[in-house]
Design a protein around this ligand. Structure first.
Ligand SMILES: NC(=O)C1=CN([C@@H]2O[C@H](COP(=O)(O)OP(=O)(O)OC[C@H]3O[C@@H](n4cnc5c(N)ncnc54)[C@H](OP(=O)(O)O)[C@@H]3O)[C@@H](O)[C@H]2O)C=CC1
Ligand SMILES: O=C(CO)COP(=O)(O)O
Length: 389
């Protein structure tokens, strides 16, 4: 029987018990997130093949149901199979989830492109932008694989791998230009401890995951310096405004930034020692140089590579990103980590989103504030907002 048609479960349908075909899916990248996502998919009922670039790791996953390099102590579902052969991994899968470091994606696409079938959906699980081009990962996939946007999706949210591998409940957003594609991916990427919601704001969802990494580095820096909760809360709040202004300038929706892929992921990443971006920041705050930090990090900290391209993109659209600027200066060794602080980040006395609502335009132009302002104006004018407002 073809892998795509395997029957794994029996469910109660309108006409009694019916067989539910198991969907064959592939995850590329057997690091902490790829392996965890493979478990999410397998626990949701899919037939999962995981691509590990090292044969010995593929063997450990298939035979021992363990990935001791990235998820020590976690037992993987019996149904997961791993291989180091890319063609074998992709096979006839209807969905391919990509979870490798963003800066390595481009170099893997030539080998991947001929393996992707005409109806295969490709989903980015990555949270970075490409250095040099500033492209989002879904854009790199679209160009490199030559596939239609409707067959691409991204998944993002407060998703620290190890917590999820231990089956602690959380949620994510699956976004695609095609709502149908987002829904079919979300259905596959849901189980008893992981719930996927959908939207069509690919830009906002994807930038949310990239930008929160940069703010998490800033939080790590102030943590490393020894500053307390006030400083961190100020940076989280102002950081969210910065994230929102950036995403909106590039066509993202402000409500996406106040959802799981923005605020949700920012809280998780900024407050957890499990976060590699947060950890990298903490080392910088403790006085380690950028090169020391890179040497000590054994896993991917995407924020370190995204700072420069994000600042270039911000400058191109005139978006002010003082916190990200300061992170960049700490990375370059031109700013003492002790001097990274929210009270130094603006020459305006009107922090974005914080002015009393007196009906005047916010000169800071914070996109975060606009939906609230609109709702307020509608209420004042006696009109009710609709969901699309
Ligand atoms: N970890 C998490 O909690 C989450 C991570 N993400 C995102 O997922 C993406 C992957 O991160 P994550 O799994 O954590 O990273 P890890 O560092 O844990 O794993 C990286 C994986 O990519 C592989 N890899 C490294 N270089 C290459 C290359 N040149 N070509 C192909 N494969 C390569 C590694 O293989 P090898 O072991 O052989 O080096 C490893 O399997 C990132 O964009 C991250 O932001 C998103 C949500 C949560
Ligand atoms: O994206 C993540 C959580 O949602 C993982 O964050 P780190 O890459 O900083 O570990």
């Amino acid at each position: 029987m073809a892998r795509t048609e395997r029957v794994a479960r029996v469910a109660r349908g309108k006409r009694g018990l019916v067989a539910v075909p198991t969907r064959a899916v592939t995850v590329l990248g057997a690091g902490s997130w790829g392996t965890t996502f493979a478990k999410i998919l397998a626990d949701g009922g899919s037939d999962v093949t995981l691509w590990a670039r090292r044969p010995e790791l593929a063997r450990e996953i298939t035979e021992g149901k363990r990935n001791s390099d990235y998820l020590p102590g976690v037992n993987l579902p019996q149904s997961i199979r791993a291989t180091a052969d890319l063609a074998d991994a992709v096979g006839q899968s209807s969905m391919v989830f990509v979870s490798i470091p963003s800066q390595t994606l481009r170099s893997n696409l030539a080998a991947l492109a001929p393996l992707i079938g005409p109806n295969t959906v490709v989903v980015s699980l990555m949270k970075g932008v490409e250095k040099g081009t500033g492209l989002r990962m879904s854009e790199v996939l679209e160009l490199g694989l030559g596939i239609d946007r409707d067959r691409l999706a991204v998944a993002s949210g407060p998703n620290l791998a190890l917590e999820i591998a231990r089956e602690q409940p959380t949620a994510a957003v699956v976004s695609s230009a095609s709502l149908g594609t987002a829904e079919s991916v979300a259905m596959v990427a849901s189980n008893r401890y992981f719930r996927s919601f959908v939207n069509t704001d690919v830009i906002g969802t994807e930038f949310g995951g990239v930008l929160k990494n940069l703010i998490a580095v800033a939080i790590g820096i102030v943590d490393g310096v020894g500053y307390g909760e006030n400083t961190k809360a100020s940076i989280i709040t102002r950081g969210l405004a910065e994230m929102t202004d950036f995403a909106v300038a590039y066509g993202g929706r402000p409500e996406t930034m106040s959802g799981l892929a923005g605020l949700g992921d920012l809280i998780a990443t900024a407050s957890s020692p499990l976060s590699r971006n947060n950890t990298a920041g903490r080392l910088l705050g403790q006085g380690y140089s950028f090169s020391d930090v890179v040497e000590r990090m054994h896993q991917t900290a995407e924020g370190l590579s995204s700072v420069a391209p994000i600042l270039t993109l911000a400058a191109a659209r005139g978006v002010d990103m003082p916190i990200v600027q300061q992170v960049s200066q700490v990375l370059a060794g031109t700013l003492n980590p002790r001097d990274i602080a929210p009270h130094l980040t603006t020459d305006s006395l009107e922090p974005q989103g914080e002015r009393p609502n007196d009906g005047r335009q916010n000169r800071g132009g914070s996109a975060l504030r606009r939906p609230f302002q609109r709702a307020f104006d509608q209420l004042r004018n006696g009109r009710r907002g609709s969901p699309s407002d």
